[in-house]
Design a protein around this ligand. Structure first.
Ligand code: NAD
Length: 522
C-alpha cells in the first residue's frame, strides 16, 4: 500500500486561494490566459477568478488521463483502496476549512456544509475503498453445452462456465453543478477512481473553490500524476470539448435537464456511455390522516433546505383539503418562528444566500410571474428580525453585514394554478407552492403530472395507503413520512426528464466499469 509523504498545505483564507487548472499533477494557468470573474454570493465581492479554459486545456488534460490509465487501471486493489482512504482522511481533517470555503463560494450556511455535505465527501472515498476491497459483485453460471473437440460433424456434450468481470472503462469526464459542489464531485470521483479509471473533471463555474482544494488533497494522498485532472471554466468552452473528446469513453454529468440533454446527444452520438442526473420538481403529497406536526416540520425543511437549492427539494406540496388550511397556517408559522435567515457563520442560521446574481434574478422572475398570475405570494421572514433591512416586492432581502449578497426570502405561494409555469418548471430556489387536492387519485395524478421524476414524499399514517401511493408515484426516490432520508448504499437517480442513471454504492461503481462476460469450457 502506498502512503504518500507529501505534506498537505491548504490556504487558510479565501483571499489566498488562486485557482489554477490541475493537469498531469501540476497546477497550471489556462492556455487562453483568460479568467472568469468569481464572486461570493454572500457579499457580491470578488474571490479567486477561475481559469477560463478551452479545448487546448481539455486536450492536455485528456492526454494526461489517457497516459496515466494503463498504470492506474492495473494497480492492485489494496493500493487503490489505500489511496482512497488517505483522501478520505485528509478531507476529514479539513472539514471546518472546506465547510467555510463552501459557504463563501456557494452561499450556504457553514453549519449545513459542516454537518453533512463535507463529511459525506470523506465517507464516499472510504466507502468505495471498502467496496473494491470486498470486490464488485460478479455473476456466474455453469451450464451444459455442446462443443466440437475434433470435428464439427461430431459435437460432444460438455460444460461451460460463465463469469462476469468488471474492468476499468477508460478516461471519464466528470461534469458537476454548483449546489453541493464538493459532494457532487466526490459522488462521481470516488467510484471512478475505485474502479481504476482516470478522469478529467470540469466542475461548475459558480462554486469551484473546493474542487481546486481537492486537487491538493489528491496530490497529498498519493494519487499519481495524470490520474485526476481538473479543468475549470464554462460549460460551452471547457465542458463541451471534454464531452466530445474522442479519448473520453464515458461521461458522468449532474446538472440541469436542458444541459444534460445536449450532453447526452453529443456523447451518445459518439457511442459513449453517458450518465445523466438532472433536474426535479418534486412533490410532497400530504393526506389528511398524516401526523401533521411531522409533515409540516419536514415539509418546511424539504422546501427550504440549502435555500431550496437541492435537486430533491419539494417545491410542490399537495395537501388534502381537510387539513389544507391548517397545513398552510402551520407551515407559515413554522418558517417564521424557526427558520433564521442571514449570517452564514451563525450556528443557528438555517438559510443564507442563493448562488449568484443570475440565479437570484431567475428565482425572482418566477415570484413576479406568480404575482402577475394573481397567486398569493408570502415572504416568510420574521418582520421584526433586526438583521433584515429590506424586503423588495419580489422577495429580495437586504441583510445587515451582507448588503451585496444574493438573498431571497423563503417564499410561500398559494392560490396558483397547477398548470402555471411556477408549478411546472424547476426554480431551484426557496419558493414553494401549496395546493389542495380531494382524493387519492387526484393527489397522485397531480404529483405525477410533471416532466420530472426525481424524488417525492407521501404523508399518511394509513400503512396500506402509504405503500399503495408510494408505489403509484413515478420518481427515482419516494419517501414515506420522510424527506431526504438517503443512503449512499442505495441506488439514486431520476425517472423521466430527471435522468437516466443510478449512482451510489454498487450502482455508482458499475457505471465506471465495462462488464465482460467470460465463457470458459470446463
Ligand atoms: P447546468 O446544467 O447549468 O451546469 C452543470 C454543469 O454543466 C456545469 O459544470 C456547467 O459548466 C456544465 N455545462 C453547461 N453547459 C455545458 C455544455 N454545453 N457542455 C458541457 N458542460 C456544460 O446546471 P447547474 O445550474 O450548475 O445546476 C443546477 C441543476 O443541477 C438543477 O437543474 C438541479 O436540479 C441539478 N442537479 C441535479 C442533481 C441530481 O442528482 N439529479 C443534483 C444536483 C443538481
Amino acid at each position: 500500500m502506498t502512503i504518500s509523504n507529501t505534506k498537505l498545505t491548504l490556504p487558510t483564507s479565501i483571499d489566498d486561494v488562486h485557482v489554477l487548472n490541475f493537469i498531469d499533477g501540476q497546477w497550471v494557468p489556462p492556455s487562453t490566459g483568460a479568467y472568469l470573474k468569481n464572486v461570493s454570493p454572500l457579499t457580491g465581492k470578488s474571490i479567486s477568478p477561475l481559469p477560463d479554459s478551452d479545448s487546448a486545456d481539455v486536450d492536455m488534460a485528456v492526454s494526461a488521463a489517457k497516459g496515466a490509465f494503463p498504470k492506474w487501471s492495473t494497480t492492485s486493489v489494496d493500493e487503490r483502496a489505500g489511496i482512497l482512504l488517505k483522501i478520505s482522511e485528509l478531507i476529514k481533517e479539513n472539514i471546518p476549512l472546506l465547510s467555510e470555503f463552501e459557504s463563501i463560494d456557494q452561499g450556504k450556511p457553514v453549519r449545513l456544509a459542516m454537518m453533512h455535505e463535507i463529511p459525506s465527501c470523506a465517507y464516499l472515498f472510504a466507502q468505495f475503498a471498502e467496496i473494491i476491497t470486498r470486490g464488485i459483485a460478479e455473476t456466474s453460471q455453469t451450464m451444459p453445452f455442446i462443443h466440437t473437440p475434433a470435428s464439427i460433424m461430431k459435437p460432444e456434450p460438455c460444460k461451460v462456465e460463465f463469469t462476469t468481470q468488471h474492468v476499468p472503462a477508460g478516461v471519464a469526464a466528470i461534469i458537476t453543478p454548483w449546489n453541493v459542489p464538493l459532494q457532487m464531485v466526490c459522488i462521481k470521483l470516488a467510484p471512478c477512481l475505485a474502479a481504476g479509471n482516470t478522469c478529467v473533471i470540469k466542475p461548475t463555474e459558480l462554486s469551484s473553490i473546493n474542487a481546486y482544494l481537492l486537487t491538493h488533497i489528491l496530490k497529498a494522498a498519493g494519487v499519481p500524476d495524470g490520474v485526476v485532472n481538473v479543468v475549470f471554466g464554462s460549460g460551452p468552452r471547457a465542458g463541451e470539448p471534454l464531452v466530445k473528446h474522442r479519448d473520453v469513453r464515458l461521461v458522468s454529468f449532474t446538472g440541469g435537464t436542458k444541459t444534460g440533454f445536449r450532453i447526452g446527444s453529443l456523447a451518445g452520438g459518439m457511442g459513449k456511455r453517458v450518465g445523466l442526473e438532472l433536474g426535479g420538481k418534486n412533490p410532497n403529497l400530504v393526506f389528511d390522516d398524516c401526523d401533521i406536526d411531522h409533515a409540516v416540520a419536514t415539509g418546511i425543511r424539504s422546501a427550504f433546505h440549502n435555500q431550496g437549492e437541492i435537486c430533491l427539494c419539494a417545491s410542490r406540496h399537495y395537501v388534502q383539503r381537510g387539513i389544507y388550511d391548517k397545513y398552510v397556517e402551520m407551515f407559515r408559522e413554522g418558517v417564521q418562528a424557526q427558520l433564521k435567515v442571514g449570517d452564514p457563520k451563525a450556528p443557528d442560521t438555517y438559510f443564507s444566500a442563493v448562488v449568484s446574481q443570475n440565479h437570484m434574478d431567475k428565482i425572482t422572475r418566477y415570484i413576479r410571474l406568480a404575482q402577475e398570475e394573481g397567486a398569493t405570494v408570502e415572504f416568510l421572514v420574521k418582520r421584526d428580525d433586526p438583521k433584515i433591512k429590506h424586503i423588495s416586492s419580489d422577495g429580495r432581502l437586504t441583510i445587515e453585514g451582507f448588503e451585496g449578497g444574493f438573498f431571497v426570502a423563503p417564499t410561500l405561494i398559494t392560490n396558483i394554478s397547477h398548470k402555471s409555469r411556477v408549478m411546472q418548471e424547476e426554480i431551484f430556489g426557496p419558493v414553494v407552492c401549496v395546493l389542495p387536492f380531494d382524493d387519492e387519485d387526484e393527489g397522485v395524478a397531480l404529483a405525477n403530472d410533471t416532466e420530472y421524476g426525481l424524488g417525492a414524499s407521501v404523508w399518511s399514517l394509513d400503512k396500506e395507503k402509504l405503500d399503495r401511493v408510494m408505489g403509484r408515484i413515478n420518481a427515482g426516490t419516494v419517501w414515506g413520512n420522510a424527506w431526504f432520508a438517503l443512503s449512499f448504499s442505495m441506488p439514486f437517480g431520476g425517472m423521466k426528464n430527471s435522468g437516466n442513471v443510478r449512482e451510489f454504492g454498487n450502482w455508482g461503481i458499475e457505471f465506471f466499469t465495462e462488464t465482460k462476460t467470460l465463457s470458459k469450457h470446463v
